[in-house]
Design a protein around this ligand. Structure first.
Ligand code: FES
Ligand SMILES: [Fe+2]
Length: 326
């Protein structure tokens, strides 16, 4: 699968080192702007390549100047001279990456490359967006599930998006469109003693706000046709997640003005996210002992898909699944 791992604009002329899914990766662009990704570790005496620079499209180790191409091969060992043919064994692991929707995507898994990364078809070039990222001290499933959670709105967000005390959760309705993508709809109400409706008793009204999730880590809140909040939940390691939050706007169709509106709206989105962060970071890391209820349906559905991806799930909940790191 393709996993969104960073924002394209984070990598320009200088190399950038990140940790993603527990791997230390260095990104850089060659002279044509093409993105490369290799392990952030020099074969020679193990300095970090991300502390080096890009020279003629190759990444140069800061220590003794070994130069690597995008396949991870050392092409030059300066001390041996430019006419020296470097042996093949001087190579570091290279990662398969691509770019789409202004994000860098990493291919994860043993299978051969299949297709392109998937983003929302209804968010196109006509949108402008503002973006920020933030590290959460929770494993990736906790970060994802927080944005699939329709029960927390009147509690965590009672002063913002959850105003109105609509604590009663009808449904919610989850609609898979294929094995990697689902929509879900919120039908929360004030509790007047009425019975909660089951998902099958509800009709999907397309005019209401809906949310959409693409496995493994892309989410959108479809607020209106021209306003969306998008998040990417990027696993750093088994206990940390980098959240990239974007506010997409296509209100005036004048790019700079839409961008200004998006930027102006960001503090509110940040505030909402911080309301979540404060509580989500207190959750136990292991999701498998939760006692879920009907209103948790989108979370239940996410878990079915997540645990099917065996190696990925084991990365978070393998051997150390019962420890409670804080
Ligand atoms: S440690 Fe990288 S060139 Fe020596
Ligand atoms: Fe929230």
């Amino acid at each position: 699968m393709w996993l969104a791992v960073a924002s394209s604009k984070e990598v320009s002329a200088r190399p950038v080192g990140v940790v993603r899914l527990g791997k230390e990766i260095v990104f850089w662009r060659d002279t044509t702007g093409k993105l490369n990704a290799v392990k952030d570790l020099c074969v020679h005496r193990k300095a970090r390549l991300s502390a080096g620079e890009v020279v003629n499209g190759r990444i140069q180790c800061p220590f003794h100047g070994f130069e690597y191409d995008g396949t991870g091969r050392v092409k030059l060992i300066p001390a041996l001279g430019r006419n020296h043919q470097v042996e093949e064994r001087f190579a570091i692991e290279a990662y398969t990456v691509t770019e789409k929707a202004g994000m860098i995507w990493l291919w994860v898994g043993e299978n051969n490359l299949q297709g392109e990364p998937r983003f929302f078809d209804d968010i196109d070039e006509n949108f402008a967006y503002a973006e920020f990222k933030e590290l959460w001290r929770v494993p990736y499933p906790r970060a994802v599930e927080n944005q699939l959670d329709v029960m927390h709105l009147p509690f965590i967000h009672k002063t913002t998006i959850g105003r109105g005390n609509r604590t009663l959760v009808n449904g919610p309705v989850v609609k898979w469109i294929d094995e990697n993508e689902f929509f879900f709809y919120v039908f929360n109400e004030i509790d007047n003693g009425q019975k909660v409706k089951k998902p099958e008793e509800l009709n999907i009204d397309l005019s209401r706000v809906y949310l959409e999730f693409i496995f493994p880590n892309t989410w959108q809140n479809h607020i209106t046709n021209s306003i969306r909040v998008v998040a990417f939940f990027v696993p750093v390691d088994e206990s940390k997640t980098m959240i990239y939050l974007r506010f997409y706007v296509r209100a005036t169709k004048i790019k700079w003005l839409d961008k200004l509106i998006a930027t102006t709206g960001m503090p509110f989105n940040k505030k909402v996210l911080h309301q979540d962060k404060r509580v989500v970071e207190t959750q136990e890391h292991d999701i498998r002992r939760d006692m879920l209820v009907q209103g948790d349906l989108p979370i239940t559905e996410f878990r079915k898909r997540f645990f099917k991806e065996k190696n990925f799930a084991e990365f978070f909940y393998g051997r150390s699944s019962v420890t409670k790191e804080r």
